[in-house]
Write a protein that binds this ligand. Structure first.
Ligand code: DX5
Ligand code: ZN
Length: 219
């Protein structure tokens, strides 16, 4: 399956966002990850529609939206009309996950489902054939710059096994703590969409993204 690097702009220099985005484009990244946090589903508040609108005007990259918010169904229509390409909601935040997936698809967008570290993958197994992507979080959602929780990698392996058998069109994304020195291991667990915040945007942005892409393309 095709692999994608999805740099998370949570770690970008927001005063220089356009330059940072151009740097990851120049490196060859094809996705961009946008974290919306509401201060309720997770403790932090990040950013929302105004920044998303500006970003959409500045890039043609595939916008991979990660909604860490309660009642995601209230905002799917607006983010879809603003140009999100993939909308990922948290299973724990959905009253009716199946309906939320249908809602995302009704706007012609790809649907992803994220799981907090404590949520068992079995909870969403029945949804895999309907999903375009599953995101077993490798850290507690809410903050960038954390370390991968090793037990979460078992979930990545389990989901990849199920997907290969039952829903081969579905991608497996990982988000949280990915760096050049653990990327090979994460890929070997079966992830094919790789989010990286600090590992891309701290320091030489283009060089960092190129280094991660080289591992992605040669492993
Ligand atoms: C965390 C966010 C991540 C975050 C990852 O809750 O969902 O997308 O930006 O940051 P790093 O790659 O620094 O762990
Ligand atoms: Zn994220």
């Amino acid at each position: 399956m095709k692999r994608h690097l999805s740099p998370s702009i949570l770690a970008a220099d927001l005063m220089n966002l356009e330059n940072d985005v151009h740097a990851v484009e120049a490196a060859g990244a094809d996705y961009l990850h946008f974290d919306v946090m509401d201060g309720v589903f997770v403790p932090a508040i990040s950013f929302g529609m105004p920044l998303f609108t500006l970003l959409r005007k500045k890039t043609k990259l595939f916008l991979d939206l990660h909604l860490m918010i309660v009642e995601p169904e209230r905002y799917i229509g607006e983010f879809a009309s603003l140009g999100a390409d993939m909308i990922t909601v948290h299973y724990e935040a959905c009253r009716d996950a199946e309906q939320v997936i249908e809602q995302i698809h009704s706007y012609g967008k790809k649907a992803g489902m994220a799981l907090k570290p404590a949520t068992a993958p079995g909870e969403i197994r029945r949804l895999l054939p309907k999903l375009d992507m599953v995101l077993p979080m490798t850290v507690e959602p809410g903050f960038g710059g954390q370390e991968v929780l090793p037990e979460c990698l078992d979930k990545v392996r389990t989901l990849r096994e199920w997907i290969d058998r039952e829903a081969p069109h579905c991608d497996v994304e990982v988000d949280g703590g990915v760096r050049a020195d653990n990327l090979k291991q994460i890929l070997s667990c079966g992830a094919n969409v790789i989010v990286a915040g600090s590992a891309v945007f701290k320091g030489d942005v283009r060089g960092n993204a190129e280094e991660l892409l080289a591992i992605l393309n040669n492993t």
